[in-house]
Design a protein around this ligand. Structure first.
Ligand SMILES: [Zn+2]
Length: 472
């Protein structure tokens, strides 16, 4: 039987606020355990949570950018469960009245545009972190109370590739909004995937498994691929999928059962009595809507129009906000934005990747790249020489002009200087000269090559051709 894959994703995004969701503790990553805690986020009796206005604003911005409806009234609920990383024995989250309802994420799968619907986006606090040692375990509550938005998709995704592209698109939008740093290594963006199979042509959903612990986009893709095969095998053997939570084991590249539905938590949600209902004034929503930053797909269209880039180039250059900013800073003052884009996407990105650097850490500034492009344009150096100059720029951080000067790399475009070389080459290669004169026009290529050799590649090939033709 042929099966169709049905995937829904739940993404947790840490909002970029300086303090936690309900108290003034710092959210700085990497501090010593339990140094960023207070009675509120440690859940001491008698303490009261106070909502962080900025986190609320960021959640609304996220909803607006993704086309969600912003709820006129929203409230917080207690999600009850007992676990050592949760000092209050409940998490403050949202249940029946989330802050944003609906929305969609635009996804481009090999040139085909698709829109993945969202169920909801809600605000919640993060839990602490368990740290396991050889003989015992500890809890670090620094992360407890850090603001998150949970973005829940409809089961609209049909392949591991679509899931990957969905996450990429979502991350790019969040980065443009500047509401999160989206750093997966530090846990600012985490993802759970719900995966099920159903026979092609049927409507009813199959039983799903939820995969947790996915800490990179590649792992999301790999875990789903594994899960599809696992479920397919069970179904083909006549078995039944059980609803359960599975963990992705990165080292062994497989998912393993964590708990089945029977053991699953019953959260017993109830309204959080210590926080008033949230009602966001319409003027505030309108203001935020009007002041949303330019989003990736809009910037992509603009790059095509404004700088004459191809769709592909514009997509590559706008996928990451920092990269788009880097390019645009230079494109404003460069006479050849297209060439500048090519240097960024080609040589610069290749070298950055090799050195494991991101664009903000680039040893080559965009101004230096503009200078390099101009040196080629005016014929001072050839495209081939420029590659060497670029490697020097990347390695030593010098300006291209200085490198050209100190290495004597500039192209020989002076006819009087080249004439003597041309004459000498003609004198030393009578055979080729004779061939040329007797009609074998191709023989000139050899002579051009000889001139290039003598000048160590610095001669302007076009000029050499002209001079040779004149002399012959
Ligand atoms: Zn606190």
């Amino acid at each position: 039987m042929l099966y169709e894959t049905v995937i829904g994703l739940e993404v947790h995004v840490q909002l970029k606020t300086a303090s936690k969701l309900f108290c003034g503790c710092s959210t700085q990553f990497g501090a010593l355990p339990n140094t960023q805690v207070c009675p509120v986020c440690l859940g001491f009796p008698g303490t009261l949570p106070v909502l962080n206005e900025k986190a609320l604003t960021y959640a609304v911005m996220t909803g607006l950018a993704l086309g969600s409806e912003i709820a006129k009234e929203s409230k917080f609920d207690r999600k009850n469960y007992f676990y050592p990383d949760l000092p209050k024995a409940y998490q403050i989250s949202q249940y029946d009245k989330p802050i944003c309802v609906g929305g969609e994420v635009p996804v481009d799968i090999d040139g085909i545009k698709k829109s993945i619907r969202l169920t909801r986006i809600h605000l919640e606090e993060d839990a602490g972190k368990l740290v396991h040692f050889t003989r015992d375990s500890g809890v670090d509550y620094n992360r407890g109370g850090v603001p998150l938005v949970e973005i829940v998709s409809e089961p609209d995704l049909r392949s591991p590739k679509e899931a990957y592209e969905y996450l990429r698109s979502l991350k790019s939008i969040l980065e443009y909004l500047d509401v999160s740093d989206c750093n997966m290594e530090e846990g600012s963006l985490r993802c759970d995937a719900n995966v099920s199979l159903r026979p092609v042509g049927t409507e009813a959903f199959g039983t799903k498994a939820e995969i947790k612990n996915l800490n990179s986009f590649r792992n999301v893709e790999k875990a789903i691929i594994y899960e599809i095969e696992r479920q397919k095998k069970i179904l083909e053997d006549g078995g039944r999928i059980i609803q359960e939570t599975r963990l992705w084991d990165q080292d062994q590249s497989l998912t393993r059962s964590m708990r089945s539905k029977e053991e699953a938590h019953d959260y017993r949600y109830f309204p959080e009595p210590d926080l008033v209902a949230i009602s966001i004034p319409l003027e505030k929503i309108e203001f935020l809507k009007k002041n949303l930053p330019e989003l990736p797909h809009i910037r992509c269209d603009r790059f095509m129009k404004e700088y004459g880039l191809s769709q592909y180039d514009a997509e590559v250059l706008t996928a990451e906000k920092n990269l788009a900013d880097f390019f645009e800073k230079g494109a404003h003052c460069s006479k050849n934005a297209k060439a500048l884009g090519n240097w960024i996407m080609g040589d610069l990105m290749r070298e950055l990747k090799l050195k494991n650097l991101n664009i903000s850490q680039s040893p080559v500034s965009v101004d230096a790249l503009i200078e390099l492009v101009e040196l080629i344009e005016v014929g001072k150096i050839s495209g081939k020489m420029a590659k060497d100059v670029f490697m020097n720029m990347f390695g030593e951080g010098q300006s291209p002009k200085d490198i050209v000067q100190s290495k004597g790399l500039s192209q020989l475009s002076d006819a009087s200087e080249l004439e003597s070389v041309v004459k000498k080459v003609i004198q030393e290669n009578p055979k080729s000269v004779e061939d040329y004169r007797s009609g074998k026009k191709n023989a000139i290529t050899y002579l051009v090559g000889q001139v290039m050799k003598v000048t160590k590649g610095r001669a302007n090939p076009k000029l050499v051709n002209e001079l040779l033709e004149k002399e012959l």
